[in-house]
Structure formats: structure tokens, C-alpha cells
Ligand binder design. Structure first.
Ligand SMILES: [Ca+2]
Ligand SMILES: [Ca+2]
Length: 279
């Protein structure tokens, strides 16, 4: 700051100007007009720009359902987002005979923003070919082409969720070798899964949801059969999908409980539960 003052003083020596001398009054009107124009520009231009931004906003996929497909099985796959209702074509790689079946507005749940959960959706009928582990879907719309990947599993490699599974008495038994495909299918839904843990053998449980295109914000808890909480986690590595590692002291069944961190649920709240155990 000091150096700048010194430089200013050297470059611009002070001038003494008598009152009103050299003041050009004809210049005052244009300046006032400029001021009004500038004020108008500041007030209204942003609105125009905002409208332009909205109009030019590209199509966007925010959520998909289901999160997983089964190889060789015909399925209805849905995408939810912004400006999807005008879609004209869908392509799948590898080829899965994908066809657009429905395009419509989608209800935005109370308290949520369309920009966060989407307000349009499409339904696509397809059959992932045998042997493929991942399908890439491209949706062509007037507002751009959007792309989404979805995991594909071999038949019988996964455990399908069975409701009711809302408490320890109704816990669904599963084999960690077959990850669970499930859904928090309504507000305040709770899913409880039970598996056999082994003493001194650490295991890692993870929920794959938001990172794969679900609207679920999963919360994962671990309990013993007496209902004692052993561990819980909401987000991991600044991401919504939780990962939990635990080393049991004794052999025996444990329960993994999945809920939504905001107690929300619905048709766009799929997840996959995976448990890897040390051998
Ligand atoms: Ca449930
Ligand atoms: Ca979470």
C-alpha cells in the first residue's frame, strides 16, 4: 500500500483547480442518463440472463432405478432428471434392444428441489445380453444427449430383498457371497439383514446407493442379536454411501440395518449391500 501511494504521488502531482472552473454542465445530462441505464442494466439484466440460463440448461440424469440389472432378463429401467421428457431415442451399449416406453413429468417430493431430484422421467424396456457386467445407456433429447451406466449381474449371483424386514425378528438372512439388492421403499422404512460373522475375522460392509444413481442417503448400523449397537456410519470419505469395518469378538449372527439418513424412501431409493469377510 505504501509503495502504491508513493508511485501515485510521483505520477500524478497535485493540481489546484478553482471552484467551477472548467466544469462542463452539458456533460451532466448524459452522465445522469448513463447512470439510469446502468441501474436498469444491473436490475434487469441478471433476470434475463437467468431466464436464458434456464432455457439453455442441458438435459441431466439425476437418478436411475433399478440400480442393477440381471443379464438376460427383460427389465424396465427408469431415468429421472431435468428435460428428459422430450427424449427422442435411447441407445444401449452393448446392444440390449432398448426402447423408450414412457416419458412424463415426475413429482418432486415436498421439501425437495427439482434441481436436486429431477422433475421428468423416462421408462426404457431392455434386456441386457448374457455375459455383460455393465450397460451404458444414452438418451437423446433436444437439450443434449445424456449417458448413464448401470451394473449388470449374472442371474442367481445376488440376493433379492424380501419384505417385511423391518426389525430384528424379521431380519432377512443372507450369504455375504451374494450381495443384497434392495430398496428403502417408503419414508421411514427400515431394512434389517442378518449374516453369520466369525470371531476375530474382520469384515467390511458397504452400501452402494447415491454413488450409483439412487436418491437414497444410506445410514448403516451394525447390531448384535440382543439389539446392542456395535457400530454405525452415515457418510464415508465425504460421500453419502457408508462403509463400515468391524471385527467380531465371537462367532455368530449380526444384523446390518439400513435406513435413509433423512428418513425418506420411495421408488428411486434402491441400494446394494455388500459384505466382504476376511477368510
Ligand atoms: Ca423394510
Ligand atoms: Ca449416508
Amino acid at each position: 500500500m505504501r509503495a502504491l501511494k508513493g508511485r501515485d504521488k510521483r505520477a500524478c502531482p497535485p493540481r489546484v483547480v478553482p471552484p467551477f472552473q472548467g466544469l462542463d454542465f452539458s456533460f451532466r445530462v448524459p452522465r445522469l442518463r448513463d447512470f439510469v441505464a446502468c441501474l436498469g442494466l444491473c436490475c434487469f439484466a441478471p433476470l434475463g440472463l437467468f431466464a436464458q440460463d434456464k432455457k439453455d440448461e442441458p438435459a441431466r440424469v439425476i437418478a436411475i432405478a433399478p440400480l442393477h440389472l440381471v443379464a438376460g432378463e427383460k427389465a424396465t429401467f427408469r431415468m429421472r432428471g431435468m428435460k428428459l421428457k422430450e427424449a427422442t431415442e435411447v441407445r444401449a451399449t452393448p446392444d440390449a434392444a432398448a426402447t423408450l416406453k414412457e416419458k412424463k413429468d415426475s413429482t418432486v417430493p415436498n421439501g425437495l428441489e427439482a434441481g436436486d431430484v429431477g422433475n421428468t422421467e423416462v421408462s426404457i424396456e431392455l434386456t441386457p445380453p448374457a455375459g455383460c457386467a455393465k450397460l451404458t445407456l444414452e438418451l437423446v433429447t433436444p437439450a443434449g444427449t445424456v449417458q448413464r451406466e448401470v451394473a449388470v449381474f449374472p442371474k442367481d449371483a445376488m440376493t433379492a430383498e424380501k419384505e417385511p424386514n423391518n426389525g430384528f425378528r424379521e431380519a432377512q438372512q443372507f450369504n455375504p457371497a451374494k450381495p443384497v439388492l434392495a430398496k428403502i421403499d417408503g419414508d421411514k422404512d427400515v431394512d434389517v439383514f442378518r449374516f453369520d460373522a466369525r470371531a476375530a475375522k474382520p469384515f467390511t460392509a458397504r452400501v452402494i446407493a447415491a454413488g450409483a444413481g439412487s436418491l437414497l442417503d444410506p445410514f448403516l448400523s451394525l447390531y448384535d442379536l440382543t439389539g446392542r449397537l456395535l457400530a454405525s456410519t452415515d457418510d464415508t470419505d465425504a460421500k453419502r454411501d457408508p462403509v463400515l469395518t468391524f471385527t467380531p469378538k465371537t462367532d455368530g449372527p449380526l444384523c446390518l440395518v439400513i435406513t435413509d439418513a433423512q428418513d425418506r424412501g420411495g421408488a428411486w431409493h434402491d441400494y446394494r449391500l455388500e459384505v466382504s469377510q476376511q477368510q
